[in-house]
Structures are given as structure tokens and as C-alpha cells.
Write a protein that binds this ligand. Structure first.
Ligand SMILES: [Fe+2]
Length: 235
């Protein structure tokens, strides 16, 4: 009983509000998880979660703020706007925005895309996945291939393009699909910092375990929000 109460308080202390990724602006800060560090175990262990959030993600936030400090003209833009227009900036700033802006955006999404509650895709999202990829299993197989194929550090994504089509793609480093004009619905961090403590070099095992903690209701919410042309334009 005592253990259950402590666990409950721990969850409360970890924060209860799901972090919003749309419209984030300078100065940036680390989002609060709506679950505890150990909530995704055994798929992802507590130590990895804590280091991933408080060291790696915090590093992107700090460096993004530092890069933008001397650019007040960019403070009014949202993070999505910065990432969408990233290639228009001089190279040093461009790289800082790509790496750290992408890092902050991708990770904020990533925490939301996972949940300690077992969920499954359903409704119009499931129908779209089946229509596009043939079946849910075929979708997962293609997504896994994208995740395994990333050489070095990067991400695998399920996105929606400007025509409303679902696409799977890998990205390198912290490059964000937003920069490519895509809207990410689901993303998997395959940087070694995301899994090495528990899985070492066995990335495929991490990928298999990660499917058990995907927050499908959140993916569904994004799909519904961005599956009409008007919603994608307003994003
Ligand atoms: Fe990461």
C-alpha cells in the first residue's frame, strides 16, 4: 500500500499536463512529462528516461536559447516557423536551429508519443494506415526498416504530407520532418542515448519494445487535426 502511494505521488510530481508542441516560442524550456521516469519500463528504463530528458533534451533547449539570444528578430516566430524556414538563415545559425531547434521539437513530440497505458490504433487512423501500407503489420514493418536503416543517429517518422498522404521516412541527427514540409504524427528516436543503457547495440530490440508504449490516442489526435488541407495550411 505504502509503495502504491509513493508511486502515485511520484507520478504527480512528474507533472500532469501533456506538453504542447505547437506554437512554442523563445525562451524555450524543458517540458514536464505526464508520466514518471519509470512508467515506460520495461520498454524504456527509468535511468535512460531521466538522462534523456534532463541531460540530452535540456542540452538542446539550452543551446537553442543561446543561439537565439542575439537574434531578437526571430523571437516572435514559433519553433515550427523557425524549422520550416531554417535553410534561409546563415549557416552557423542554420546549423544551431536545425540541431537544437529540431532536437527540442522532436523530443517534445517524442515524450507525448509514448504512454504507460497500452493502446492500439483504431478508427480512421487505423483505416488510413491499412489503406496506405496494406495492413498495420506492414506499416510497422516498413517503419521498423526506416528505424533500423538510420546510419548513426536519427529518427524514424510517420508523417502526413501536403496532399494528406501518410509517409514513412528516416531523418538524420535532429533534422525535423517539419523542415521538409511534412507534419510528424509518430516518431522514434534511434540515437544511442535513447536506448544504449538497456539495449546496448541491439537497436531492433529497442524498436520492438517501443511499440508497446506508443501513445496511439495522441497519434490519432494529430492525424485528425492535420488530415484536412485547411488544417495543414494553418499549422
Ligand atoms: Fe533523443
Amino acid at each position: 500500500m505504502k509503495k502504491a502511494i509513493i508511486s502515485y505521488l511520484f507520478v504527480l510530481c512528474a507533472g500532469v499536463a501533456q506538453a504542447t508542441v505547437e506554437g512554442l516560442k523563445y525562451p524555450y524550456s524543458l517540458p514536464k512529462l505526464d508520466y514518471s521516469y519509470r512508467a515506460l519500463s520495461p520498454s524504456i528504463d527509468a535511468r535512460t528516461m531521466k538522462i534523456h530528458l534532463t541531460k540530452h533534451h535540456q542540452g538542446y533547449v539550452n543551446n537553442l536559447n543561446k543561439a537565439l539570444e542575439s537574434h531578437p528578430e526571430l523571437h516572435g516566430l514559433s519553433l515550427e516557423e523557425l524549422l520550416r524556414t531554417v535553410n534561409r538563415h546563415p549557416k552557423p545559425l542554420r546549423n544551431a536551429l536545425k540541431n537544437n531547434g529540431g532536437g527540442h521539437y522532436n523530443h517534445t513530440l517524442f515524450w507525448n508519443m509514448m504512454s504507460p497505458h497500452q493502446t492500439a490504433p483504431s478508427g480512421n487512423l487505423l483505416a488510413a494506415l491499412e489503406a496506405t501500407f496494406g495492413s498495420l503489420d506492414a506499416f510497422k514493418k516498413q517503419f521498423n526498416q526506416a528505424a533500423v536503416s538510420v546510419f548513426g543517429s536519427g529518427w524514424a517518422w510517420l508523417c502526413i504530407d501536403d496532399k494528406g498522404t501518410l509517409v514513412i521516412l528516416p531523418t538524420n541527427n535532429q533534422d525535423s520532418p517539419i523542415t521538409e514540409g511534412l507534419i510528424p504524427l509518430l516518431g522514434l528516436d534511434v540515437w544511442e542515448h535513447a536506448y544504449y543503457l538497456k539495449y546496448q547495440n541491439k537497436r531492433p530490440e529497442y524498436i520492438d519494445a517501443w511499440w508497446k508504449v506508443v501513445n496511439w490516442p495522441y497519434v490519432q489526435k494529430r492525424f485528425e487535426r492535420f488530415s484536412t488541407p485547411q488544417s495543414r495550411l494553418s499549422e
